[in-house]
Design a protein around this ligand. Structure first.
Ligand SMILES: CC(C)CCC[C@@H](C)[C@H]1CC[C@H]2[C@@H]3CC=C4C[C@@H](O)CC[C@]4(C)[C@H]3CC[C@]12C
Length: 748
């Protein structure tokens, strides 16, 4: 399927939905198990007739339901056609009424039918993916129950209360089957161990048969215990990362509690408590409320969208955004934590003597107190009605934003710019190895600010700019949104002895519950002595996007290519369920001949260390040794954490400091009204301004088509990247902004 360009409302991301319709595999889905962990025979296969509420006009109607492979499908019943029965060795038919319709001779309650082949399902067959559904019994009618999927609630009735129990059990089993079978085949109880070799050996020793049997039994018990432990770990892990089912419950509760106008900030559960259940099944108070409220709404004609979220976001896309830089100098060294007490700190005498270091601009340490009471809204409640539709048309309210634009977020990558200052100094003193190691640590450090940030940055308007002048860090950063379709941000930063620039285009794939972002574009770092390093960012996956606590992980290989002696390969580990050491980054520095000269190890949200010489050969590169050298450690979190979980550095970025007042161009992100309102906690105003600016933004494509050109960047004719054309800081000196459009003002 060819990617379609489309802006993504969740940020400036365009979505590339791979292979939808063909039910392509999500990245967090395990690969298909050829051995059949998900094959028909490994899942519960159940079928039968149930009454389904259609609408007031038609009331309850018989439908043929079949359950297999974690999917419940149903279709109308025509007596002349036999109903579809799931494929499998043993299909269990539930319900006395089933006998009237079933293709087999007698189908008494819960009677197994063996060897049923799968007939062509009748059309239309609707499908409910149980992994994203929950089940409830009616409290007032012992034959009724509900299947609540993200798109609809199915109201069902069995012929007897016993049948209801059978159906609910089957549904729960099917759901658990999915959770446990998916990709982790060792979780199945059919794992066998053979004691044959042990027995042969003991027999060869002439041991007594009872002793042999005892030994075999001991071995089996030990293995069972091992298996149990493994399963526990796996479940713990699932528990901690949260599952759809638990989250659905949370959302249901939230939905019930959130009536219009009573909005609250998105609630992300930061604790792992209460996540023990894999699927939810309840007889809550709300069940019958749901019933009353929804019975009237449901109509068979309407029920067109029983999709898994994976399938909902139709066409693939491409989008863009950019990334880069930032600063914050001092507590790098003081901020390392006790995990690293064995490690040495790189010598820090290398502080160059810059006059600007004495310049001190007072910067804020916290965000302003919100004017209005915090508001909140569950993302799910915003988009649930749009599942199955084009999510890109859904405009999210401001509650899901943090008060920073993507341009400002780019600057966050430069929080640890002092690593580049050190790299410069090392190189100047002839230590090229320490130079590349510091560059590598810098490339990783930029990711640390993503940790625990649940909100999306504002998508800048075409022509929006952001400047950051940090004389105390010796850096000046500037960024501009240079294209809207595709979304592109270009940036340029100058520091003590180095320049850093790049543009980036985010290619995204939406998988329903997660988004995978692949930044396309090259970042370049050039030292004043001519040494150049280039790299590209790795893939970022944002999980629990729709339900639960949003978090990201970065994975893939980053190649830092140098034009001189060394180059470095950094591997950002893929997240896996049983991983005890997530977020790990491992690296290797090679010289021009390919010899390994140093290794790096650490975590993108914490610190990076390196080892040299013998240590490189000794260590398996994933462990710190006593001779490791600490290169970078993340700064401490702010004393007053913000609602958006911003770092101390990020807190400063949207401030209009005294030296900036009246000097900024009308395009600067700090002047964007909705973002300012959000920062001040004026949510209603923020929302209406956001809507106004989004309307305005829709004209950008036209603007671009009509030959709009970025003001401060031009595409390099050689490599196609956007390069700063210069002149911004000079214009700022004179406050010469005549040719800058009033992009945040009213349209004329
Ligand atoms: C509102 C809810 C639903 C979604 C919140 C999504 C947030 C967490 C997402 C939206 C856009 C994302 C950013 C998009 C692009 C990049 C560039 C990449 O190189 C590092 C990660 C980074 C910086 C992402 C971090 C996570 C991010 C900020």
């Amino acid at each position: 399927m060819r990617p379609r360009e489309m802006p993504h409302p969740l940020c400036c991301i365009a979505l590339d939905c791979p292979g939808l319709g063909a039910r392509s595999r999500a990245p967090d889905d395990p690969p298909p198990d050829p051995g059949g962990a998900e094959g028909p025979s490994s899942t519960v296969a159940v079928a039968g007739v149930l009454c389904k509420w259609t609408n007031i006009g038609k009331g309850w109607r018989h439908r043929w339901f079949s359950l297999g492979n974690g999917v419940l499908s149903y279709s109308r019943i025509r007596r002349r056609d036999p109903p579809p029965v799931p494929e499998g060795d043993g299909v269990r038919l539930i319900g006395s009424a089933t006998a009237m319709f079933a293709p087999v001779t007698a189908a008494s309650s819960s009677r197994p039918v063996s060897g049923c082949g799968c007939r062509q399902p009748q059309k239309p067959v609707r499908v409910v993916h149980l992994k994203i559904s929950s089940f409830r019994e009616s409290k007032t009618d012992d034959r009724r129950f509900y299947i609540v999927s993200p798109t609809k609630t199915l109201h069902l009735r069995t012929y007897s209360s016993i049948d209801r129990v059978a159906w609910i059990q089957a549904l729960i089993l099917a759901t658990k089957g999915i959770s446990i079978n998916r990709g982790v085949s060792f979780m199945q109880n059919d794992v066998l161990i053979s004691t044959e070799k042990l027995r042969d050996r003991m027999q060869a020793e002439g041991l007594d048969d009872t002793v042999i049997k005892d030994c075999e039994q001991i071995m089996r018990l030990e293995f069972a215990e091992y298996h149990r432990q493994l399963k526990l770990r796996y479940e713990e892990h699932l528990t901690s990362i949260g599952t759809f089912h638990q989250q659905l419950e949370e959302v249901d509760v939230e939905d019930a509690a959130t009536s219009e106008g009573q909005l609250q900030l998105p609630k992300y559960d930061y604790s792992s408590s209460g996540r023990e259940k894999f699927n939810e099944y309840s007889t809550t108070e709300s069940s019958d409320d749901v019933e009353k409220q929804e019975l009237d709404e449901l109509s068979d004609e309407e029920e067109v969208s029983f999709f898994d979220t994976n399938e909902c976001f139709g066409d693939p896309i491409v989008t863009c955004a950019a990334e880069v830089t930032s600063s914050n100098v001092s507590n790098r060294i003081s901020g390392f934590n006790t995990n690293h007490c064995d490690t040495k700190i790189v010598d820090v005498e290398l502080q160059p003597d810059y006059p600007n270091m004495l310049l001190h601009i007072p910067r804020r340490k916290k965000l302003p107190e919100p004017i209005e009471k915090e508001k909140g809204v569950s993302l799910w409640s915003m988009i649930k009605d749009n599942v199955g539709k084009d999510l890109t048309r859904v405009c999210l309210p401001v509650y899901f934003n943090e008060p920073l634009s993507s341009l400002q977020k780019c600057f966050e990558d430069l929080e640890y710019s002092d690593l580049l200052d050190q790299a410069y100094e090392y190189g100047k003193k002839g230590n090229s190895l320490m130079r590349i190691l510091n560059v590598a640590a810098f490339a990783v450090s930029g990711y640390s600010s993503c940790d625990g940030r649940p909100c999306k940055p504002f998508n800048p308007l075409l022509g929006e700019t952001y400047e950051a002048d940090y004389p105390e860090k010796g850096i000046r950063f500037f960024a501009e949104k240079v294209s809207h379709h595709p979304m592109l941000i270009a940036c340029h930063c100058e520091g003590r002895g180095w320049k850093f620039w790049g543009d980036s285009n985010l290619k995204s794939k939406f998988w329903g519950q997660s988004i995978q972002v692949d930044p396309v574009g090259v970042l370049t770092l050039e030292f004043d002595d001519g040494e150049i390093f280039q790299w590209s960012k790795v893939t970022t996956t944002i999980y629990n996007l729709i339900l639960g606590k949003v978090y990201c992980n970065h994975h893939g290989t980053m190649n830092i290519r140098g034009n001189q002696q060394y180059s470095c390969k950094l591997k950002f580990k893929e997240q896996s369920l049983l991983d005890r050491n997530p977020r790990q980054v491992q690296g290797l520095v090679e010289d021009a001949k390919g010899a390994k000269v140093a290794t790096l190890v650490g975590k993108w949200d914490d610190s990076m260390s390196c080892s040299f010489g013998d240590e490189v050969l000794k260590s398996k590169s994933s462990f710190l040794t006593e001779n490791s050298t600490l290169l970078w450690a993340r700064n401490k979190p702010p004393p007053d954490p913000t609602r958006y979980n911003l770092t101390s550095f990020a807190i400063m970025l949207n401030e209009i400091t005294s030296d900036l007042k009246g000097k900024l161009p009308p395009t600067d992100s700090r002047l964007r009204p909705d973002q300012r309102y959000l920062e001040n906690g004026e949510y209603e105003k923020a929302n209406s301004e956001k809507l106004r600016l989004e309307r305005r933004q829709r004209m950008s494509r036209k603007l671009q088509e009509n030959g709009w050109k970025p003001r401060w960047f031009r595409r390099d004719s050689e490599d196609g990247t956007f390069r700063y054309t210069g002149g911004y800081w000079e214009a700022r000196e004179q406050m010469k902004w005549d040719d800058c459009l009033d992009i945040f003002g009213e349209m004329v």
